[in-house]
Design a protein around this ligand. Structure first.
Ligand code: 0RA
Length: 665
């Protein structure tokens, strides 16, 4: 059941008469009134997804979306987000300012209505062109309900207005607190820590979303400032995002670590059957398909009609061109849809007035008419481009032929693997030490770096539910290898066979037969050093490109072995970070030398079986980190950059993000 659709219906019913006052057809009366905010506090997850990291950050998106709406309406070009020292958030824009006039029926100011009534704010007013809005699109009143304090400041009509709220309720009437010849809205809120299970904002999560928004909505200046983080000159950490060309630059950014096949980025911004459609695409020499689709600035990770229309239009147009060119005449096998998308990076962004979101995570577009709009947009774009750029056209068709040839070879390799292993029942890999429990929900598979650590893990494990598969050092870099090479790789075949999943065909590779999965926790365990991180990345790249559903389903985890063992007499303390090391040293007492013995674990192999169990494998004491994809476009870019040919961006990324110990004692 879709609560989003339900709410839209309610909004229509609750719509109030528009008196037509106000210069833009807006007046306080046109703001639609719904229900109170109690429901939001009772069931926050229904409104913002969850009460963890995601939900906490969602509050910011909800406020920023309102400012983006104002920008899309043409009244705002600057948005500033500040993370305050106490993890409160300030969002400022230079739009028209939320109206402050009296709302006749409600007997309160429009500002108060917007801030305290669910779905107010004219968001669903068909007269106004507002299509932005977070996944849940619940509006700023929802943020207010979930904040222990919120201060709204509006600059409008020469004055500055202010109202303060606590858990959604106004503390006083709106006040005029000064004069200003500027306009704009600023919202400062303090998330309610009795609702959220986390309180700390993560700079990178907000930065990634603001960057995405900047590319999706060109010509808007977005700034993120972190007042918790000051450099030696007293400057706060900050990032500024601005894209003058939008999606074209988005594709450039995503493909920075890849080698382009053609010089230009092919792009269009158009409107088909009243649906604004923007598309940018580029081919590169990699083998991955990277299509990111958005509806009203929401990343539709489950795809939908717009994506279907894109694929159909792209395949049809390229196929027709290739047929006419005669380049396919010598080909002995069919070309499939996938072949046209190998090495394709594309971003599709549509704005839909009344989107129908379906699917498990409500990120699949259902509106059937949008499919035709996107199909028309992409086929028109490509037809023109191919005609006008015959050299590029030839390069693209050659790439498609290469993909078809490789796919043909890959199918043979895959059939071979399948016959030998899963389907033929040839049994599990020899290196696998399986567990005895056969209920997948209870079972864990450890993918362990190297035979020696694998041996220790085998001794240390609980064989009832923990299985061990040692992997030989560096597994294949799948980012750079063609599919048939990947499927022919010994370590990768072992992973497939141990997991029990077969290798999907092109069309259903994303569907993977998860019901056959033999372990519901797949835990990557590598050394806490540079090599270990590298191996970790190689394995994660493999899962990301070939078994993304396992990441999306929450099956992939990372083990966290300790960095040090600090010993004093009979006291033994394991520590996981440099900071923790200092704390423990202080606790146990330092100085000439106090009998402290510090052992740095360079590799898993330096621990004995019991230590490995205690620190890293025992479910009661270990810390597992679940691998999730917060931002698909950014994840894709990082994998291609980490695993690609360009050295400089990779070094930069590693230096900025490495968390393993840098000091080697
Ligand atoms: C309702 C009507 C108008 C503007 C806004 C809401 C508005 C809301 C937010 C939230 C953050 N920034 C915002 N900026 C504007 C139109 C007001 C008019 O007619 O002048």
């Amino acid at each position: 059941m879709s609560d989003i659709n339900e709410n839209i219906e309610n909004t229509e019913k609750g719509k109030m008469a528009n008196n037509g006052e106000g210069k833009n057809g807006y007046s306080a009366d046109s703001i639609q009134v719904l229900e109170g905010l109690e429901a939001v506090r009772k069931r926050p997850a229904m409104y913002i997804g969850d009460i963890g990291v995601k939900g906490l950050h969602h509050l910011v998106y909800e406020v920023v979306d309102n400012s983006i709406d104002e920008a899309l309406a043409g009244y705002c070009d600057t948005i500033k987000v500040t993370i305050r020292e106490d993890n409160s958030i300030l969002v400022e824009d230079n739009g028209r300012g939320i109206p402050v006039d009296m709302h006749e029926k409600e007997g309160k100011s429009a500002l108060e209505v917007v801030m305290t009534v669910l779905h107010a704010g004219g968001k669903f007013d068909k007269d106004s062109y507002k299509v932005s809005g977070g996944l849940h699109g619940v509006g700023v009143s929802c943020v207010n309900a979930l904040s222990k304090k919120l201060v709204a400041t509006v600059k409008r009509d020469g004055n500055v207005f202010r109202q303060e709220y606590a858990i959604g309720k106004p503390l006083k009437d709106i006040e005029m607190i000064g004069e200003s010849d500027e306009t704009g809205t600023s919202i400062e809120f303090f998330p309610d820590d009795s609702i959220f299970i986390v309180s700390e904002y993560q700079f990178d999560i907000l930065a990634n979303r603001l960057r995405e928004l900047a590319y999706l909505n060109k010509q808007i200046s977005l700034t993120l400032i972190d007042e918790r983080d000051k450099d030696e000159n007293g400057e706060f950490k900050s990032k500024h995002f601005f894209s003058s060309e939008g999606l074209k630059e988005f594709v450039q950014y995503l493909d920075a670590g890849r080698e382009s096949l053609i010089e230009n980025i092919i792009h269009v911004s158009t409107e088909k059957n009243d649906v604004p459609v923007e598309i940018a695409l580029q081919y590169n020499t990699s083998f991955a398909e990277n299509i990111h689709s958005y509806v009203n600035n929401i990343n539709t990770i489950e795809g939908g009609t717009h994506l279907t229309g894109f694929r159909r239009g792209l395949t049809r147009t390229l196929k027709a061109y290739a047929d006419e060119s005669g380049m396919l005449s010598k080909l002995k096998f069919d070309i499939s849809g996938d072949d046209f998308r190998e090495g394709l990076t594309a971003v599709i962004s549509v704005k839909v007035q009344e989107p129908q979101f379906e699917g498990q995570t409500k990120t699949k577009l259902g509106n059937s008419d949008v499919s035709i709009s996107v199909d028309q947009a992409v086929s028109g774009l490509l037809k023109n481009y191919l005609e006008e750029n015959p050299k590029d056209a030839k390069t693209i068709v050659e790439k498609v032929i290469l993909a078809a040839t490789a796919r043909h070879a890959a199918r043979k390799a895959r059939e071979l693997v399948q016959r030998k292993n899963v389907l033929g029942g040839a049994g599990l890999p020899g290196k696998l030490a399986d567990c005895s429990d056969k209920n997948a929900a209870n079972c864990e598979l450890y993918l362990v770096e190297g035979d020696s650590a694998g041996g220790t893990a085998k001794q240390g494990r609980d064989r009832n539910f923990q299985a061990i598969l040692p992997l030989r050092g560096k597994i294949l870099n799948v980012e750079k290898a063609m599919q048939h090479k990947v499927l022919d790789n010994e370590e990768i075949k072992n992973i497939y066979t141990a997991l029990g999943v077969y290798i999907g065909t092109e069309e259903d590779s994303k569907a993977l037969n998860i019901e056959k999965l033999r372990y519901h926790k797949i835990i990557i365990m590598t050394d806490a050093d540079v090599d270990g991180s590298h191996i970790m990345t190689l394995i994660m790249t493999f899962f990301f490109r070939y078994m993304k559903v396992l990441i999306e389903g929450g099956y992939i985890y990372v083990a966290t072995p300790p960095l040090y063992l600090i010993r004093k007499g009979k006291t033994e303390r394991y520590v996981w970070s440099e900071k923790e090391r200092m704390t423990v040293i202080n606790e146990l007492g330092q100085g000439k030398e106090s009998g402290l013995h510090i052992q740095r674990y360079k590799g898993l192999g330096e621990m004995n079986a019991e230590q490995l169990w205690d620190t890293t494998m025992n479910p009661d004491t270990r810390t597992l980190r679940q691998v999730t994809i917060d931002n698909a476009a950014e994840a894709d870019r990082i994998f291609s950059m980490l695993m690609g040919d360009e050295v400089a961006p990779r070094r930069e990324f590693i230096e900025a993000n490495a968390t393993y110990a840098k000091i080697d004692a």
